[in-house]
Design a protein around this ligand. Structure first.
Ligand code: BGC
Ligand code: CA
Length: 299
């Protein structure tokens, strides 16, 4: 087996880099800088980053089948035309919660855009609890609320047979599983799948690989974990040279590379000097496992 190699490929610093998604068509990694209020596109061939600035913290970005992207930005779902740099609102959420914003999101295998909210933090990972909810933007542009009482709505993905939904509320320090009905988009039967150990810190973004195992980025833990949902056991840990690892996705040729985003928000000067790559994006190769292509929003 080839040995694991970790390379910082995007040196531009994101305040909170998140929501990476591979765009096969253009050979690009698209991601957001949440508090930096940016949507970025890194071209793997040219190494150039193109940036669009938005008017509110942007929790996640996903591709749209008909072209362009969909954002979970502020408390809105919105379309983004990256070339024209225009944002068009689709729907509003959490209208009774002045201090909320969207966080992580992903498209399900049927084309619905799931994304959750949280209260704006007083300090990294410190929030007024239970203010968030999990929503799904349906293909007809209506919004379904799946549940509330969330602390920090975070990483999500679906099993390869589409029958299980995996979800992280960061402050539960766990990855949960739900039964998933792909036809209706309904979730049920919440249970604990994996509880993080102390050194693994705070679970953040996650993605599934082509063998049905989950990769979880550990915020403040400086690592990604590979977890077997069948057994609820961790089967691999890959450490990174920065502590604030936030999310991950597979990309590159045949989805054989794992891209990991990171943050600098919340680090003091001494910490930043010790970890000069904080806020960058890392490419991990030699894992010997591939990912699957992302789904695109159907509406
Ligand atoms: C949020 C951050 C938060 C982190 C750790 C991220 O998804 O956007 O604001 O500090 O998770 O929970
Ligand atoms: Ca996140």
């Amino acid at each position: 087996m080839a040995s694991i190699k970790i390379e910082c490929v995007v040196k531009d610093k994101s305040r909170i880099g998140e929501s990476p998604v591979w765009e096969e068509k253009h050979g690009c990694l698209v991601y957001v800088d949440i508090t930096g209020q940016k949507v970025c596109c890194w071209n793997a061939a040219t190494k150039q980053v193109k940036t669009v600035h938005v008017d509110a913290p942007v929790g996640s970005v996903v591709p749209r089948r008909s072209g362009g992207y969909v954002l979970a930005v502020g408390k809105r779902f919105a379309f983004l035309d990256f070339e024209k740099e225009t944002v068009t609102d689709i729907a509003l959420v959490d209208q009774d919660k002045a201090n909320n914003r969207f966080n992580d999101g992903k498209v399900d295998p049927a084309g619905r855009f799931f994304a959750g909210t949280m209260a704006i933090e007083t300090r990294p990972a410190e929030v007024e609890r239970q203010q968030g909810s999990l929503y799904a933007l349906q293909s007809d542009h209506s919004v379904v609320k799946h549940f509330d009482q969330v602390n920090i709505s975070n990483g999500l993905d679906w099993s390869l047979d589409h029958k299980t939904f995996y979800y992280i509320d960061s402050l539960s320090f766990a990855v949960d599983a739900f039964d998933y009905d792909l036809h209706s988009g309904k979730i049920s039967n919440r249970r604990l799948m994996y509880k993080l150990e102390q050194a693994e810190a705070i679970p953040d973004g996650q993605c599934i690989d082509a063998e049905g195992k989950l990769w979880v980025a550990c915020y403040k833990g400086g690592r990604v974990l590979r977890i077997d949902p069948e057994t609820g056991k961790r089967i691999q840990t890959v450490k990174l040279p920065v502590d604030m690892t936030t999310s991950c996705c597979f990309g590159g040729k045949d989805y054989s590379e794992l891209y990991v985003t990171s943050a600098v928000d919340g680090m003091d000067e001494e910490w930043k000097q010790r970890q000069p790559q904080a806020g960058g994006i890392f490419k991990i190769t030699g894992l010997g496992v591939k990912g699957i292509p992302p789904y695109s929003y159907a509406g």
